[in-house]
Ligand binder design. Structure first.
Ligand code: DX5
Ligand code: ZN
Length: 224
């Protein structure tokens, strides 16, 4: 299973977003993660499609766009047009989630389903055969810099086991929130192979070293 590290641009210096996105790519990021918040699904506003366009123009690596929105069905096309390679929507969104996932595919992007820390694994099982990625939030979404919620770990294992037992052994499982070298290893042991990290990567002067350490720790700990 391929282990990937995705720096989250939310933790970058917003006074130098393009340089920060390029820094992540040059320091070894597999993909860049962009957090889109609508001040309704979560109590915060972050960035819109223009930031995705800027990153698409500046970078070669894929863009992973996380829609923390009540109505992702009304906006996902704008983000695909802006250059999103994969779109993550929430199972808690107020829309027809399976239909929206299919529409994301029809528009040429990868589709992922996200679940909040308190949402049970079984809520996403009906759509697991539609998606390429499952994102398990390891904080309550809305802000960077929060502490990792360890109680999510058994749920990650439950999802990995369900995928293995249901012909989806190649499913990518991603975590997001409070991820550093130590928590990445715990998540890898539970079956996670994609790691989103904001503060612990953009906050490091030597991001390459931080990415390399996280990658090695996750590779060593990963259990399929
Ligand atoms: C939280 C976002 C995360 C956030 C993670 O709502 O979805 O992507 O940037 O930030 P850290 O790694 O600082 O917890
Ligand atoms: Zn995110």
């Amino acid at each position: 299973m391929q282990i990937q590290i995705l720096p989250s641009l939310l933790a970058a210096d917003f006074g130098a977003l393009r340089a920060e996105a390029l820094r992540a790519e040059n320091e070894g990021a597999d993909s860049l993660h962009l957090d889109i918040m609508d001040a309704h699904f979560v109590p915060n506003l972050s960035m819109g499609p223009d930031v995705v366009t800027m990153c698409k123009e500046a970078l070669q690596i894929p863009l992973s766009v996380h829609l923390m929105m009540t109505r992702p069905d009304q906006y996902f096309i704008n983000f695909i047009e802006a250059g999103a390679d994969s779109l993550l929507i929430h199972i808690e969104a107020d829309c027809d989630v399976p239909k929206t996932l299919h529409r994301i595919h029809e528009h040429g992007a990868k589709a992922g389903i996200t679940l909040n820390p308190d949402t049970p694994a079984r809520m996403i099982f009906p759509v697991i055969d539609i998606v390429e990625e499952v994102l398990c939030m390891t904080v309550h979404p809305g802000y960077g810099g929060q502490s990792f919620i360890r109680e999510v770990l058994p749920k990650i294992r439950e999802i990995r086991d369900f995928a293995n037992d249901n012909g989806a052994a190649d499913l990518d499982i991603m975590v997001d929130g409070g991820i550093n070298t130590e928590t990445a290893a715990e998540c890898a042991r539970a079956g996670t192979n994609l790691f989103v990290a904001g503060t612990s990567l953009f906050g490091e002067a030597d991001m390459k070293r931080a990415i390399d350490r996280m990658r090695v720790a996750a590779c060593e700990a990963f259990v399929s």
